[in-house]
Ligand binder design. Structure first.
Ligand SMILES: [Zn+2]
Length: 430
């Protein structure tokens, strides 16, 4: 069904609230390796794992496995985004008999284009994205990976250090010592080094927000420990003097429970920094990327004491908090400092994202809603994700018009806000 609001949405530029794009150097380094699999966007692979079931017969990254399982996942949001992007870019169906042709078409589309031109072509032209908020996580907030010729000028960045949350050892202490040339011998110095890392990153990049993806490592219920309790945890970690990955629960470091007063203490100091400088805070809530993630403790409602306490900090609550989208709507309605963000949500579950946007629009002032974020590593994947978001946004607004709730003009005003303007205002880019 053609409608004027659909045409408006399909051609309106987007604000991408969240992405993990590589810098130019990184993109160039991996140029030769990009094939039909890199169209899967980093997410459809997880649906392949899900489809393969409890006892997968073979390695799932083999072409034969992708070919065998793709038909099962082509109907999900992850799968449909791949189909949409592939059709839009190459006029090809994403199907096993076309894999070789898709690889050739992708390689042809990046051949002869510099990395900067690759971004302009896919992100600006094909996905029609005006701004991208990119996660600093890929390069550990290392300023050396940024600089003048690392990203397009329409990119902004977030500072993110997940090793501060969850099980902890000397890892983040050592990382901050290296990053800031500080000697971290006390809790106060640890906090100072965290702040110095943010300042250092901010000197190198247009920093737009703090990103927290704590949900991958622990629950979102942040306590309010005393300094003494945090110091005790800090001293315990330093005295063990071991390093392991943050996701590990039984390495040489102290357990998540033991480290918790320190993590929680640092979280509050980070919120104070955000408050002091009016730096927005993005927080992952809801479903976790990959498979086997622990969903139970990722609800946005765990963060309510934080929203209460830091009333002047602006929180961008990500991924629609799926499967708790209604809950996020109620939170965004209640707390003037909370913004509800559909980044990545369209890909996870387009039907639920439509329901979420529809009911949020009925409950929350529309200037508090963010409509899109590709949340992917490769720029060509943005094309399918952007299309998927536009289709969903258009459908919701068509329904509001059809029901008599919105005039065509109101629907256009809402579309322009949730697709672009709200993000620009949030980050002071207008
Ligand atoms: Zn992400």
């Amino acid at each position: 069904m053609a409608s004027s609001i659909r045409d408006f949405v399909m051609s309106h530029p987007l604000f991408c609230h969240h992405n993990h794009h590589f810098n130019f150097k990184h993109l160039d380094r991996e140029r030769e390796s990009y094939d039909y699999r890199s169209l899967l966007g980093g997410y459809a692979e997880s649906d392949l794992v899900t489809a393969a079931g409890a006892r997968p017969p073979q390695e799932l990254d083999e072409t034969s496995s992708v070919a065998a399982l793709w038909p099962k996942i082509r109907t999900t949001g992850y799968g449909r985004a791949v189909t949409l992007g592939c059709r839009e870019l190459f006029d090809l169906e994403y199907s096993p008999e076309n894999f070789a042709e898709i690889t050739d078409a992708l390689q042809a589309s990046i051949a002869g284009r510099s990395a900067a031109e690759v971004y302009d072509y896919f992100v600006r032209e094909k996905a029609n994205t005006r701004w991208v908020l990119n996660d600093g996580h890929t390069y550990g907030n290392d300023p050396a990976e940024y600089g003048d010729d690392a990203y397009p000028e329409y990119y902004r960045f977030t500072w993110r250090m997940d090793s501060l949350w969850g099980t902890m050892d000397r890892g983040p202490i050592d990382a901050l010592q290296r990053a800031t040339d500080a000697s971290i011998t006390s809790l106060d110095r640890f906090v100072a080094a965290m702040n110095a890392s943010i300042s250092r990153f901010r000197k190198a990049v247009p920093l737009a927000a703090i990103k927290i993806a704590m949900a991958y490592f622990r629950d979102l219920a942040v306590g309010d420990p005393t300094k003494h309790e945090a110091e005790a945890a800090f001293n315990q970690i330093v005295s063990r003097d071991t390093v392991h990955e943050p996701v590990q629960q039984d390495g040489g470091g102290v357990s998540a429970r033991e480290a918790r007063p320190l993590s929680d203490y640092l979280f509050h100091r980070l919120m104070e920094r955000a408050d002091d400088e009016d730096l927005p805070v993005q927080i992952h809530t809801g479903y976790l990327a990959g498979n086997w993630g622990s969903l139970n403790s990722t609800k946005a409602s765990y963060l309510i004491p934080i929203f209460e306490k830091y009333r002047r900090v602006r929180f961008d609550i990500m991924h629609a908090s799926w499967p708790w989208t209604s809950e996020l709507g109620a939170i965004a309605k209640n707390y003037p400092n909370v913004y509800a963000d559909l980044c990545w949500a369209w890909a996870m579950n387009p039907a639920e994202s439509e329901r979420a946007l529809s009911e949020w629009l009925d409950g929350v002032p529309f200037n508090k809603l963010f409509g899109y974020g590709a949340d992917t590593g490769r720029p060509w994947c943005d094309v399918g994700y952007a299309l998927q978001a536009r289709i969903g946004i258009a459908r919701v607004l068509e329904q509001k018009i059809e029901a008599g709730y919105f005039s065509a003009e109101t629907a256009e005003e809402v579309a322009a806000a949730v697709m672009l303007r709200n993000g620009e205002e949030f980050l002071g880019l207008r």
